[in-house]
Design a protein around this ligand. Structure first.
Ligand code: FAQ
Length: 310
């Protein structure tokens, strides 16, 4: 390592400036970014499946159009993030290969099933809500292309969160059965949403280094607390009960106390043993294999164009 390069890297980080693709960076910094950005991109792509399950059965044309637009945004976020990862010298096809062979992760949350249409609203409200809490600070991440990608992604996630809340509000103003559907969905998604922020700080091997590099700006527990504080008043306004008997306002901290998620469940789901892991990867693999002819045709076209124009 050339000392001046290391010094410059550290000075850029300390001055809250951005590291750009052609700048020198430590190998471990690059590897951490590839790991996190790839996992994030995979989450967006796999994340289309749970909601996609309801596209053909949306209750109205309006709801169908909204859901279709949301899923398309997620595809866009995935591609945007793969492009950010590629600035670090990896290839999207290599990342996809790692995803479908189980060598790279995606968010645990997308391994849960969507059992009724209220799940679509709860994903928007809680899952996109958690994603926003986690991603707004990433707009200040030290790696330029990732930070800039997050600005646009967060704007779209805010819209997604609103549509989820609006859907749930509509159901809560409906029949008794519709209100029960919402409560059932909230009961199933609440704890998995808290797990999206990762293991507790004491069991998070990557946090300290990622914070020192200003890739992560807050710890997993800090963001989880922020999410709970933001969500409890929204639940009250909606008229649903969050399934946590330990939830209570702590005057001293000016925050909500809440119960301990089942961390063994998070570990199980991350390791591949959640309710839908096998199905999610199988669907992704089939889509990739079914698309092989498109990739071949595009490559053949590019080759011919090159031959024609030199
Ligand atoms: N699921 O040391 P840490 C969305 C892994 S939002 C699976 O704390 P780190 C939008 C972690 O990778 C969802 N794995 O790790 C949407 C590490 O394993 P590794 C995606 C998890 O990186 C909404 C190990 O455990 N958002 O898609 C999880 O410092 C609706 C130890 O953990 C992002 O990816 C988990 N929940 O912190 C789309 C945001 N938690 O890699 C469709 C960017 C931890 O060492 C519909 N990522 N692990 O083998 C991050 O902020 C961070 O990577 C964390 C984890 C906070 C997720």
């Amino acid at each position: 390592q050339v000392p001046e390069l290391v010094e410059r890297f550290e000075a850029v980080i300390a001055a809250e400036q951005r590291i750009e693709p052609r700048d020198w960076m430590p190998d471990a910094y690059r590897a951490t970014l590839v790991r996190q950005i790839a996992q994030h991109a995979h989450s967006e792509i796999i994340g289309m499946q749970p909601e996609g399950n309801w596209l053909t059965r949306a209750p109205s044309l309006r709801r169908k159009a909204i859901l279709l637009a949301k899923a398309q945004d997620e595809a866009g976020h995935g591609l945007y993030l793969y492009a950010a990862a590629e600035t670090l010298g990896v290839d999207r096809s290599e990342l996809t290969e790692k995803l479908i062979s189980g060598r790279q992760k995606y968010s645990s949350i997308f391994n849960y099933p969507t059992l009724n249409f209220a799940d679509v609203g709860v994903i928007g409200w809680l899952v996109d809500g958690a994603a926003i809490c986690n991603q707004v600070p990433l707009c200040r991440c030290s790696y330029g292309p990732y930070a800039r990608a997050m600005v646009r992604v967060c704007k779209e996630e805010s819209f997604h969160q609103r549509q989820g809340y609006e859907l749930l509000m509509t159901l809560m103003h409906g029949t008794e059965a519709q209100r029960a559907m919402v409560q059932d969905a909230v009961d199933r998604w609440w704890w998995p949403s808290l797990m999206m922020f990762g293991p507790p700080d004491g069991d998070s091997p990557n946090t300290a280094q990622s914070m020192a590099w200003r890739i992560k700006r807050h710890t997993n527990d800090e963001l989880r607390q922020r999410f709970v504080d933001m969500t409890v008043p929204q639940a009250e306004h909606l008229g649903v009960t969050l399934p946590d008997p330990e939830l209570r306002w702590n005057e001293e901290r000016g925050s909500w106390d809440f119960g301990e998620p089942d961390w063994s469940e998070l570990m199980r789901v991350i390791k591949g043993d959640g309710p839908c892991n096998t199905q999610r990867i199988e669907v992704r693999r089939a889509a990739h294999e079914d698309g092989a002819w498109v990739r071949e045709a595009a490559a053949a076209y590019a080759r011919k164009e090159k031959e024609r124009h030199g």
